[in-house]
Design a protein. Structure first.
Length: 279
């Protein structure tokens, strides 16, 4: 039984000017699968050879073989690039001649052309390879990480409370609570994260924030750079509103106040009712 969207070991049973035919195992030669010359990758093949070929449907909906390796097989998660958007959905680069469709009903959020997102690859009801952004049910919970571990994750959506859902190593469920991030993040973003905790259900609690000391140092540097770029003055101080501070520096007011305090201790700035000046 041939598996569409996966690799199959098939025997070459006949040759044609335009390629090779592979035995589909049905006993009916009309079911033999074409391996076009261009998809044989220049290999010297003979009748009777067994090849490991990826099987998919071409633009005319014919079952066809290739020795090229796609970026993923059916049943896998893959980080793929959106190449076009049409009335029926978006198409993503799969690594083969034919791009695969993400139907509109399988898009849980907007997809932008030329951006990468995490997809689950599946076969639709017609046997065509397709992709979906609905990946949460295909992820696993885990106990392989510990608090403090550094991991990479891909954002694949948001909960109603704006906590970000993250796939760690394209396999495991994770979440970044809303109060753990202050800069804008979007589906498809790849983030360097730290494990804060492992919930009882096996989901990973994550943060993109660095250690408090590193964060304070980086924020102090950002404030100094801002001052130097604005004639040594900024209209913000420790009395400024959280909204204005966030708009300018993408940090909480508490972190901003701590950074200002550190700079004042270093005798680098002075504050008044109008804002902050560089000494």
């Amino acid at each position: 039984m041939i598996k569409i969207g996966d690799f199959n070991k098939l025997k070459i049973v006949r040759r044609a000017d335009f390629g090779y035919y592979l035995d589909a195992g049905t006993g009916n030669t009309s079911d033999d699968v074409l391996l076009p010359n261009k998809s044989a990758l220049g290999k010297a093949l003979n009748i009777g050879d067994e090849v490991e070929a990826f099987i998919y449907r071409d633009s005319k909906d014919r079952i066809i073989a290739t020795l090229k390796r796609p970026l993923a097989t059916v049943g896998e998660l893959a980080y793929l690039k959106v190449v076009s958007t049409t009335k029926i959905g978006s198409f993503v680069d799969f690594g083969l001649e034919r791009d695969i469709l993400v139907p509109f009903k399988e898009k849980l959020y907007g997809l932008q052309n030329n951006k990468f997102y995490l997809f689950y690859i599946y076969l639709d009801k017609t046997g065509r390879i397709a992709a979906t952004t609905d990946i949460d049910r295909h992820l696993e919970d885990t106990d392989k990480y510990a608090s403090g571990d550094h991991v990479k994750g891909i954002v694949y959506g948001f909960q109603t409370n704006k906590s970000a859902m993250v796939a760690v190593d394209n396999m495991y469920r994770g979440v970044i609570l809303k109060h753990e991030y202050f800069s804008e993040i979007n589906p498809g973003d790849v983030l360097d994260l730290t494990v804060l905790k492992i919930y009882e259900d096996g989901k990973l609690g994550l943060t993109p924030r660095k250690s408090g000391k590193i964060e304070r140092t980086e924020l102090q540097d950002s404030i100094l750079e801002y001052l130097k770029a604005h004639d040594n003055f900024m209209p913000f101080n420790d009395k400024s509103s959280p909204e204005k501070i966030y708009d300018a520096f993408h940090v909480s007011k508490n972190n901003f106040k701590n950074a200002l305090g550190g700079l004042m201790k270093r005798n680098l700035i002075v504050q008044d009712e109008n804002g902050t000046k560089l000494k």
